[in-house]
Design a protein around this ligand. Structure first.
Ligand SMILES: Nc1ncnc2c1ncn2[C@@H]1O[C@H](COP(=O)(O)OP(=O)(O)OP(=O)(O)O)[C@@H](O)[C@H]1O
Ligand SMILES: [Mg+2]
Length: 262
């Protein structure tokens, strides 16, 4: 029997890219690594994961599961042969977020990975996501306002004793005004396991209700999410095609730069 890992995707700042990460990482894990994945919208107050994956009007939702009005299997929708989604209700419904762990844990035997999207607020919703997770990924962008909230999120996770697997730096411009990876790792004492550059293809793909890693195969975003998925499954991501060539050119340029410096 499969014993799936439950991974919470968190941040204490809205709009940094948690939902985008859950949709794209979930898709990459299912598509490239053929893992059985469930993505869950545990951002109870403002759920929108379904809209990233083309699920506009789910009849049963996680809210109904939490309230005991639906069985989980009635609120789980199939995205592809190995990716399922458990969406939230777009119309607000009262519930006790702290029941999340009890509702989600039994589903882990059906999946390799369950990814939990979460609320950006330090409230019982975020605490419930942390408590339901075996490990956490923290999403941040490399700027001071986000770093300050990221450090706070990490402190809270450590208090809750939920292990943090790593930081995902999102919306990276690769400009020198951004905080460096080394400085972020030193401040956070958590490794940066993924860098996702700022890419207009991401809002474009969301407007089409598709993850960018599906809509733009071979793009930078596709390759960055594929690498993140490889990291999660503990495999090496082997580039093919154009992105491989671009990487080689980048490495060559870097090696010239390093040679000049020495
Ligand atoms: N790498 C990226 N490049 C460009 N735009 C991005 C990137 N990642 C996310 N975005 C955009 O940022 C916006 C916020 O993303 P998202 O909804 O995933 O954030 P969030 O952390 O889930 O927000 P919330 O805390 O409100 O739930 C979206 O409009 C998305 O298009
Ligand atoms: Mg979100």
């Amino acid at each position: 029997m499969i014993k799936g890992k439950i991974i919470g995707v968190i941040s204490l700042k809205g709009g940094v890219g948690k939902t985008t990460t859950v949709a794209n990482l979930g898709y990459a894990l299912s598509d490239i690594y053929k893992k059985k994945v469930l993505v869950v919208d545990a951002n109870f107050s403002a759920p929108n994961l379904g809209l990233h994956l083309g699920l506009v009007r789910p009849s049963a939702t996680l809210h109904d599961v939490m309230n005991g009005k639906s069985n989980p299997e009635d609120a789980i929708y199939r995205y592809n042969s190995s990716l399922d989604i458990l969406p939230g209700a777009y119309i607000s419904k009262n519930l006790n977020p702290l029941l999340l762990r009890k509702k989600i844990k039994p589903l882990a035997k059906f999946y390799d990975y369950i990814l939990l999207d979460s609320s950006p607020n330090l409230n019982s919703e975020l605490q419930a996501a942390m408590a339901a997770s075996d490990e956490l990924l923290v999403v941040a962008s490399p700027d001071f306002p986000t770093l300050s909230t990221t450090l706070r999120a990490i402190r809270v996770a450590k208090q809750k004793r939920t292990p943090i697997t790593g930081l995902i730096l999102n919306k990276v411009y690769n400009k020198n005004f951004e905080i460096s990876i080394d400085d972020i790792e030193e401040a956070a004492q958590v490794p940066v396991i993924s860098v996702i550059t700022h890419d207009i293809k991401i809002p474009k793909s969301i407007s089409e209700s598709r993850p960018a890693s599906l809509a733009f195969p071979g793009s930078n975003s596709w390759s960055q999410y594929s690498r993140l998925a490889a990291n999660i499954v503990g495999q090496e991501f082997k580039e093919t095609g154009l992105s491989n060539v671009i990487d080689k050119i980048n490495n060559y340029a870097k090696s010239l730069f390093n040679t000049k410096k020495n």
